[in-house]
Design a protein around this ligand. Structure first.
Ligand SMILES: Nc1ncnc2c1ncn2[C@@H]1O[C@H](COP(=O)(O)OP(=O)(O)OP(=O)(O)O)[C@@H](O)[C@H]1O
Ligand SMILES: [Mg+2]
Length: 259
């Protein structure tokens, strides 16, 4: 579990995060949602230590990220997997090389062990036989899978994904969502996903944190979201005709996937 308390972050005197508190639960897909510019990426970067907030606590199962020394931080890094906007693979490395990279950086595994672990991860994300290809030779969806394989290479306790679906078609997006959700449950990972994809919100939102203008305005899940009385959230999630219709249907008939 990761708990954040009263996080504040400004850039050039402008406050972007205005006292955000939240809990990201173990073994669940925790979604941070909000409009473009609301502060999702800044919040995620704060969570992983790439941005230093001026105020607040970031507790990784009780360990405050902002108070760790170098050695403790290095150790925590080995427990974190990351998937940033775009897949950010190393173009000059093969698929296998990309997944082997963090293992090489952070463990003392032998070459053979490392290769075996990387192959296992690639297989887990449904990528077999692509080991020797270069990122430029595979599709965007496959690149995401490689990035996920790389992110889980060290068997992370915590997994962070910033807009994992950006640039993917709706069907591929759902497959990537399902993969992230399956991995989260299978390995009991505390997974945090930034998204403004409504399919993801309504599909895998087990714990949803809504950020609006730097404030955490709502917490809930994909079932509760239909009943929200928060106007900003409602306007954000049910902005299109299609999602309005889905909402009306669910409110009058109950959830089609249940009972
Ligand atoms: N390094 C920085 N320096 C100055 N301002 C920044 C910096 N990083 C982010 N900001 C500002 O912080 C605000 C929040 O940005 P952020 O990238 O977190 O939004 P977001 O919710 O992730 O948006 P999107 O959905 O488009 O990715 C924006 O106004 C942005 O301009
Ligand atoms: Mg962002």
């Amino acid at each position: 579990m990761i708990e954040i308390k009263d996080i504040e972050k400004s850039f050039d005197g402008v406050k972007v995060l205005k006292g955000v508190s939240a809990v990201f639960e173990t073994g669940k897909t925790n979604l941070i949602i909000g409009q473009s510019g609301s502060g999702k990426t800044v919040l995620m970067k704060s969570l992983v230590g790439l941005v230093r907030p001026e105020h607040g606590e970031i507790l990784y199962d009780g360990r405050d990220l902002l108070k760790l020394d170098r050695e403790q931080l290095r150790h925590l890094r080995t427990e974190i997997g990351m998937l940033f906007q775009g897949s950010a693979l190393f173009d000059s490395e093969t698929v296998l090389g990309n997944v082997e990279f963090p293992i090489m950086m952070y463990t003392k595994m032998t070459d053979a062990e490392r290769r075996e672990r990387a192959r296992f991860c690639l297989e887990r994300v449904g990528l077999k036989g692509a080991d020797d290809k270069y990122p430029s030779e595979i599709s965007g969806g496959m690149q995401k899978r490689v990035a996920i394989a790389r992110a889980i290479a060290l068997n992370p306790k915590y997994l962070f994904c910033d807009e994992p679906n950006s640039g993917l078609d709706p069907k591929t997006s759902i497959l990537i969502d399902e993969l992230l959700s399956d991995i989260t449950h299978e390995y009991g990972i505390t997974t945090v996903i930034n998204t403004h994809d409504m399919n993801s919100v309504l599909g895998i939102g087990e714990n949803i944190i809504f950020i609006n203008k730097g404030y955490r305005e709502w917490v809930g899940n994909k079932d509760l979201i239909y009943e929200t009385t928060n106007e900003a959230l409602s306007n954000f999630v049910f902005a299109t005709d299609l999602f309005q219709k889905v909402k009306q249907y669910v409110l009058s008939h109950g959830h089609p996937m249940k009972g």
